[in-house]
Ligand binder design. Structure first.
Ligand SMILES: [Zn+2]
Length: 319
């Protein structure tokens, strides 16, 4: 018979073993997940059997007729094939939409890399996806009783000088007039962009694309990417942020006004950090430094553009 103390020791050891086993299992799952994240989609080998095309009569090996492009699976119309063809009218007929969203959630940077390297048929066309998800966002907003847009208020009151102002005030009057013009046109431009939200998002991300082209020019995984490639990266990132905004709005509703997305700014920066880490494959510190640099450069460029716009308007009025 065991002494109570010994018995207790055995119990703890048993629990320890259980915990260790569970941790080992968890670690194994984590490693499998990481391998999957890096490898991504895998195209299964097609059968070696011969088909005769039902459309043109050509005999061939593989999944599609090389002469007319009809699928070897084409045959009698079933409910499933009819449904899939109906969805195809809106470009949703294959499995690539849910797959693209899943991969964008679980392995965004790797998926974007796959797409740029030419594994494209597995994924939904990115620009189309961004417009689709923006539409979904506004649908959700509509059902939540919110326009999804904040109307921008004029940044300053329109100031007027009395008509019989003294000559000494003429220059001041013109300056005020110039600032008024700028304020109003800025307000109209912002409102216009807000009403065309997708365009606004695309413009903001274009600037990010150009800056990340410069900052990530040399990287272990994707060196020397062109502006167009970087632009596609940004389209995917925008889609991801838009999808996150939908989730956030559904779970927590609308919060205070945000810069671009209905998301806390920290989420926006975190998404950029994770995506760039997976896509370019830099070390953690280097990636962090480059992401911070990118955000600072982006903010400064926006400020600079705004200042240039003010100077141009004022100058035009004063000359
Ligand atoms: Zn054929």
């Amino acid at each position: 018979m065991l002494h109570p103390k010994q018995k207790k020791a055995t119990n703890t050891r048993g629990r320890d073993n259980g915990l260790r086993k569970w941790l080992r299992q968890l670690n194994r799952q984590r490693r499998i997940f990481i391998v999957w994240q890096r490898r991504g989609t895998h195209v299964a080998r097609g059968g070696e059997s011969t088909h005769e095309c039902k459309n043109c009569g050509h005999t061939y090996i593989g999944g599609y007729c090389p002469r007319c492009g009809q699928s070897a699976a084409a045959g009698r119309i079933t409910l499933r094939s009819a449904l899939s063809r109906t969805l195809e009218v809106w470009g949703l007929g294959n499995r690539s939409l849910p797959r693209t969203l899943l991969h964008l959630c679980l392995r965004p940077g790797y998926m974007i890399g796959d797409y740029l390297e030419g594994r494209q048929i597995a994924f939904f066309p990115p620009v189309k996806l961004l417009f689709l998800i923006t539409a979904a966002y506004f649908t959700v907003c509509h059902f939540m009783g919110h326009s999804g847009l904040d109307s921008v208020k004029p940044i300053m009151e329109v100031v007027t000088l009395p008509d019989n102002g003294e000559p000494a005030y003429e220059a001041k009057g013109r300056l005020i007039q110039a600032l008024n013009t700028f304020s109003l046109s800025f307000y109209h431009t912002l409102n216009l962009l807000q009403r065309h939200y997708a365009v606004y998002i695309v413009l903001m991300h274009s600037l990010l694309a150009w800056l990340s082209m410069l900052i990530f020019r040399r990287s272990p995984l994707h060196s020397g990417m062109s502006f167009t490639e970087n632009f596609f990266v940004q389209i995917f990132i925008a889609t991801q942020l838009m999808a996150l905004s939908i989730v956030k709005v559904c779970l927590l509703g609308f919060g205070e006004r945000h810069f671009m997305y209905e998301l806390p700014e920290v989420v926006f920066y975190l998404v950029l950090f994770i995506d760039y880490k997976q896509l370019y494959g830099c070390g953690y510190l280097k990636n962090l430094w480059r992401t911070v640099l990118l955000i600072l450069a982006w903010m400064s460029s926006l400020t600079l553009l705004l200042l240039l716009a003010i100077l141009a308007t004022v100058g035009w009025h004063l000359v």
